[in-house]
Design a protein around this ligand. Structure first.
Ligand code: UDP
Ligand code: MG
Length: 330
């Protein structure tokens, strides 16, 4: 059984590792093994914050067992599945360390990279985000959609969000305090992280395949994350309908002029073209529906913000002595 140095339970940790967990029973033991090797090597006390995001498998039992045998392990258990971004936000609300590192539970983000991140932090950087140079063994569809999405986001967003970066990063306490104080409910963490500024740098790495289990980000969840990123950080989609509207009006004007000339100069011409009319109707109908949908995305988000509900509900919390607690609750 692992025992930390005497009194560590009551010592404020210097490093905080934040790991969201959703149905990861197959990876938790290996995750703990690799992370604890790293924690033993670090030069200061470390806390490992595991956030159970409403798992339906044995994840929570395994997390409780880890907490019982190693006082460095603390955990939060959300009362249902709130999604990856909210799970990470909950973890950030509870961290006590001077340095915070976010990583995935499936070991796609190698913990062994953390000492290099800490080295950059010592050099004065306050955000060190890991940038994937390669994704090993991920399907072509995921790689293609991720490739297109990150480039689209970079072009459309009001701020510079680096391509091919996930949530795997190291952040200084000062940055985490700013993130925790941000009131918005739609939390696209990698966007907010870029938005806050501070001294940022990247660390390149090759993304390993998932250690075990299925991908927890279903297509629907990834799509919703992508829409969230775009809508939270860009107003361009709102303007698309204006541009398409202007373009259609321009085409309609040209068509009107052509039809008029045709009528005047070729009086015998039969003016058929019902197919064209129907196509135009469908096209314009589609444009209008898409535009309304885009408006809906923004209005839905305004509605979310206005409701002002807590971001998550907690079912269970353990191991956070001396923690001031979440700032975003209530
Ligand atoms: N995750 C979570 N809640 C969810 C979905 C995922 O906490 O609703 C966690 C999951 O356990 C993992 C991380 O988020 O630690 C990334 O999930 P996954 O590996 O499935 O996504 P991907 O590798 O495709 O980004
Ligand atoms: Mg993964």
């Amino acid at each position: 059984m692992h025992r930390s140095p005497v009194g560590l339970e009551f010592m404020t940790p210097t490093y905080s590792l934040v790991i969201p967990i959703y149905n990861e029973e197959a990876t938790i033991a290996e995750l703990y093994r690799r992370v604890s090797i790293l924690m033993d090597r670090l030069d200061a006390p470390t806390e490992l914050i595991l956030i159970n995001d409403g798992s339906r498998d044995r994840s929570l039992c395994l997390i409780r067992e880890l907490h019982d045998k190693d006082p460095r392990v603390c955990y939060l258990s959300l009362a249902r599945n709130f999604g990856h971004q909210i799970a990470v936000t909950a973890g950030l609300n509870f961290v006590r360390g001077k340095v915070v590192i976010i990583l995935d539970a499936d070991l796609q983000d190698p913990p062994e990279l953390i000492p290099d991140m800490l080295e950059l932090w010592r050099q004065g950087y306050q955000v060190i985000y890991a940038q994937r140079t390669q994704r090993k063994k991920e399907g072509w569809f995921k790689r293609l959609t991720a490739y297109v999405f990150y480039r689209l986001l970079k072009r459309l967003a009001d701020i510079d969000i680096p391509t091919d970066t996930g949530d795997f990063c190291l952040m200084d306490r000062q940055v985490v305090d700013v993130l925790n104080a941000m009131p918005e409910r739609n939390r696209y963490i990698r966007g907010l992280r870029s938005w806050v500024g501070f001294r940022q740098t990247s660390l390149k790495f090759e993304r390993d395949p998932r250690f075990a289990g299925e991908v927890k980000y279903t297509f629907r969840k990834s799509f919703s994350l992508a829409i969230n990123g775009l809508v939270s950080f860009s107003k361009v989609p709102l303007q698309i309908s204006t541009y398409i509207g202007l373009f259609s009006a321009f085409i309609a004007l040209i068509m009107a002029v052509l039809v008029l000339c045709w009528r005047i100069f070729v009086p015998s011409s039969p003016l058929t073209g019902i197919t064209i009319v129907i196509m135009a109707m469908f096209f314009l109908g589609a444009v209008q529906l898409v535009s309304i949908g885009i408006l809906g995305e923004y209005i839905g988000r305004i509605y979310e913000e206005v409701k002002n509900r807590p971001l998550y509900t907690l079912g269970e919390v353990a191991g956070f002595e001396g923690c001031k607690g979440p700032r975003l609750l209530g």
